[in-house]
Structure formats: C-alpha cells, structure tokens
Design a protein around this ligand. Structure first.
Ligand SMILES: [Fe+2]
Length: 269
C-alpha cells in the first residue's frame, strides 16, 4: 500500500489536518508548529534508520507513513486541552489512532497494512514495547519509536540549551532542583522510567536519558552518540554525584559494545 502516491496522499491529508488546528493565535499556533516540525523530522530520522537497514522502497514508504501519522493525536490534544501532557489530558497515541479511524485515512488499504499502522501509532508512546505483536508490526514499531525518541531528544535538548523556549516542552513540570530517588535508581539499573514517576523537570530529563535503554537499531545508537544528547541533558541537570552516575550508566550503554544488531529478519514481505 505504501507506494509513492500513497505517501503523497497521506502527506496532503496530514498538512490539511494540521492546518485545520492553526488558530492565528499564540501560543496555540507555535505549539502546533512544534509538532508539525517534529513530525517532519521523525520522517527524516525514520528514513535514515530504514536506509541503514537497506529496507526496500515499499517498506521505506510504510516507515514514512508511520512517521507522518504517529502524532496526529498531538494536534487535537493541544487544541482541546492546551497541553502535551498525556497525564493531564488523554493518551495522544490512542487519540491519534481514533482520529485515523474516524477520518478513514487508511480506507482502501488491506487489513494487515491498516492494522500495522494503527498498532504503531497507538503504541508509539508506551513506556515498554508490547509483547503481543507479530514480528513485522514490532519491527516497524521499533523503527518509529527510535526515530521519535531521536527527534524528541533534539527538541528537548534544544530547549535545555536555551535555543528555544516553548512553554509546552516542560509540560508544566516544576523546574526546581529536586530529583526523585526512584528515577535515579531506574537509570542506574538501565531501566526505562515511567511518566507516572516524574515529579520535576529534572526527573523528566532523567527519563529522557533512560530512553537510550529502549533504542533498537545501530544507526539510532550512532545518531545519539554523534548529536551528544546525553551530554546536553547532563549539562542541564544539577552537577551531583547521583546525576553523574546516572549519566555515566546511560553513556556506557549507548557507547558500549552491546549495541544491538539488526533485529528483524522474519516474515518481512
Ligand atoms: Fe507522540
């Protein structure tokens, strides 16, 4: 289904959908623009990772469509609730899948392709990969999650470095020196941190640091190293011993010899 004209059709639908959420007023429009740019960056990152795996044109098209559609829920979420916090509003991934069904964006697709896209959109923001999925769906979900994390790390570290200051990025979390012990322990243990544990902006920075433990493809590891995201997050945190140790654990993982190899070789047709 994911041929060039289908990618173009979906891109046109997305552009119109995004435009329908612009209001002509700040700060709504800048929040919409933030996610519009994020979407196009995730598209670029997913194609980069996909090419590093020598994916065929049709699979690259599927990957591109996932990137274009993964955050459709964000536009309606901000329009309705004026926040990007799922905890304070609703799960934007589930909302996104609902929007795609409601708008009939994938009508005309075969059932397997449709459910692959809806599955990836609906699960792209989960703390953990879902266990029950066929290997092809899981492969594309991993691609999407890697590409998404890479661009969120860009947005977040640009914010921490003062390169732009959009209020929607810290999601209303208090910017005080406190760091939750459970969050530090999670990073030290090499575990993904859950959003429910987050109390402060510093906790959130550590949660983003811990994303490296849920990255799948060698190209993603390489990008994270090259763009120095961990350095920027650490520099934005208090220079305490627990922070230093947490950053060292994340860095050991991303720089270590155990970067995973290509994980998909199954029913890939
Ligand atoms: Fe998202």
């Amino acid at each position: 289904m994911a041929n060039e004209s289908e990618v173009m059709r979906i891109r046109a639908w997305l552009d119109a959908f995004i435009d329908s959420h612009r209001t002509g007023q700040e700060p709504v429009d800048s929040a919409i623009q933030l996610k519009a740019e994020h979407t196009l960056n995730v598209r670029r990152e997913i194609l980069d990772i996909g090419r590093s795996l020598s994916l065929e044109a049709e699979d690259l098209g599927t990957a591109e469509i996932l990137a274009l559609l993964h955050d459709v829920g964000r536009f309606e979420q901000f329009a309705r609730y004026r926040t990007f916090s799922d905890l304070r509003s609703e799960d934007h991934a589930r909302l996104g899948a609902r929007i795609l069904r409601r708008a009939g964006v994938l009508e005309g697709w075969d059932a397997a392709s449709r459910s692959l896209v809806l599955f990836a959109v609906e699960h792209h923001n989960r703390a953990y990969l879902p266990a029950a999925a066929d290997s092809r769906s899981l492969f594309f979900l991993k691609l999407l999650r890697d590409a998404d994390k890479i661009d969120i790390l860009r947005v977040a570290t640009e914010y921490y470095r003062g390169l732009h200051r959009h209020d929607a990025i810290p999601m209303g979390l208090p910017d005080d020196p406190a760091i939750s012990e459970s969050v530090v322990q999670g990073v030290l243990a090499g575990a993904v941190v859950k959003m429910e544990e987050i109390r402060t902006l510093n906790d959130f920075k550590l949660l983003q640091m811990a994303w490296v433990f849920d990255v799948h493809f060698p190209r993603s590891f390489e990008i994270i190293r090259q763009r120095r995201f961990l350095d920027y997050i650490e520099a934005a945190l208090p220079a305490t011993e627990p922070v230093r140790e947490a950053a060292a654990a994340a860095r050991r993982y991303i720089e270590g010899p155990h970067a995973p190899q290509r994980q998909f070789s199954g029913d890939h047709s």
